[in-house]
Design a protein around this ligand. Structure first.
Ligand SMILES: Cc1cc2nc3c(=O)[nH]c(=O)nc-3n(C[C@H](O)[C@H](O)[C@H](O)COP(=O)(O)O)c2cc1C
Length: 393
């Protein structure tokens, strides 16, 4: 892929990774991803904003073949998918300086062994004059690590947001064409990367509010030339108000827990509560994470296995605890054969969740009529709880 023009003096550079299916050895990428870098050429100085994953360094180096001079290499985020090619760029441009936050500098030294004298650190709000164009650096901690910042180019009303507003999509279209598709990919990205830091991200969104932004150029996925909708989506995702939705991860080995899951979800639907089911034996864990962005209640369905929860249910609980979703209520349902501590074990795994635990229900073997009626009462309780709160529809 060649360089692509975003503005007379700004180009997209980078690599499109159509084949990648897993990120951080954890996150499914159904649509691949891209690593975006940007070249900003002022009258006197040239800046390269971020690099690419080192596996694709050759693509960026080829795109830079006709660029004689880079003065500044702006590093928004020390993670290697953006920073990993910095050493090769510094080698090619021996006078280039790495421009980054004081927090990122030691991280880049640790991760990439860059010499200390190659750095210029920038304070929050500081600007660099490139001649006719200027870069203003805005510190945005925890989007996605503690050292992260974004860059604003006022002359083009352009925000280079790095992971902020990013999405894992491989596409030839430079700009967002299919808003629905990008909404889904950006939500998946938010769920897995940003959700645990949603309160600080809300503050960072507020921090960006005074800027006139006509274009958002992130480091993954497509460029937003009409960015209002993605900023609105982020405001919804970070807001503390959940939706009238139950997120229901479950596992069942022989079908008893599954009967309970189907009965409870049908009952919830009759009460007007939306339910999303995730069979943990086959689900894309990213879909579960996306559901947790909105859910007012989480219900976990698990059989008892070796005296505890099924390992897949334990994994879902561990993940939910790490992602810190905004859900207000939680319950556990499932089947057992003779005894165990599945409920106590799962309940002990979610100290980060600020939830009221609604009466769990474990049944011996296949659920009977009376136990199905108990699930109906649980559905009624959830519906009532959701109607009392200021939940979104
Ligand atoms: C590998 C395995 C381990 C089990 N360990 C326990 C146990 O420790 N305690 C218990 O009460 N039941 C145990 N059971 C029985 C199941 O919990 C029981 O059959 C339950 O009804 C299965 O629910 P399901 O049909 O949703 O898979 C075990 C079953 C299997 C297959």
């Amino acid at each position: 892929m060649d360089k692509r023009k975003l503005h007379p003096r700004v180009h997209w550079l980078g690599a499109i990774d159509w084949d990648r299916r897993l990120f951080d050895s954890l996150i499914p990428l159904p649509d691949g991803t891209s690593y975006n870098a940007y070249l900003v050429q002022g009258n006197h100085k040239t800046a390269l904003l971020d690099t690419v994953d080192p596996a694709m360094a050759h693509i960026l180096l080829a795109q830079l073949e006709d660029v004689e001079k880079i003065d500044y290499l702006v590093s928004h985020h020390a993670e290697q998918d953006h920073s990993g090619t910095i050493p090769l760029i510094l080698e090619r441009y021996p006078d280039a300086k790495v421009v980054t936050t004081a927090k990122a500098k030691p991280m880049l030294i640790d991760l990439l062994q860059i010499a200390e004298d190659r750095f210029v650190t920038v304070a929050d709000g500081e600007s660099l004059d490139l001649g006719g164009l200027s870069l203003t650096f805005i510190h945005t901690p925890w989007v996605h690590w503690p050292e992260t910042m974004v860059t604003y180019l006022p002359e083009a009303k352009m925000l280079f947001s790095c992971d902020f507003f990013g999405s894992h999509i491989a596409a030839n279209d430079l700009y967002v064409i299919d808003q629905g598709r990008v909404h889904e990919a950006a939500k998946r990205y938010f769920a897995e990367i940003m959700m645990p830091f949603r309160t600080v991200i809300e503050k960072n969104i507020t921090k960006l509010a005074p800027l006139a932004i006509e274009t958002i150029a992130p480091s993954h996925g497509q460029v937003y030339d009409r960015p209002a909708w993605i900023m609105d989506a982020y405001r919804d995702w970070v807001s503390p108000t959940p939706h009238n939705l139950v997120s229901f991860p479950f596992v069942s080995m022989h079908g008893s827990t599954r009967i309970m899951v189907d009965h409870l979800s049908a009952s919830l639907a009759r009460h007007g509560v939306r339910v999303e089911l995730f069979n943990l034996a086959v689900t894309d864990i990213g879909k579960l994470a996306m559901s947790l962005v909105d859910a007012g209640t989480i219900v976990v369905g698990t059989p008892t296995v070796l005296l505890g929860a099924h390992p897949l249910a334990a994994y879902a609980a561990f993940l939910a605890n790490a992602l810190k979703p905004k859900a207000r209520f939680l319950s556990i349902v499932g089947s057992y054969g003779w005894g165990g501590k599945a409920v106590e074990q799962l309940a002990g795994m979610i100290p980060n969740l600020k939830v009221e635990v609604l009466e769990p229900l474990l049944v011996k073997g296949v659920p009977r009529q009376e136990e199905l009626a108990q699930l109906d009462r649980l559905a009624a309780t959830i519906a009532e709880k959701h109607s009392h709160e200021s939940f979104r529809a």
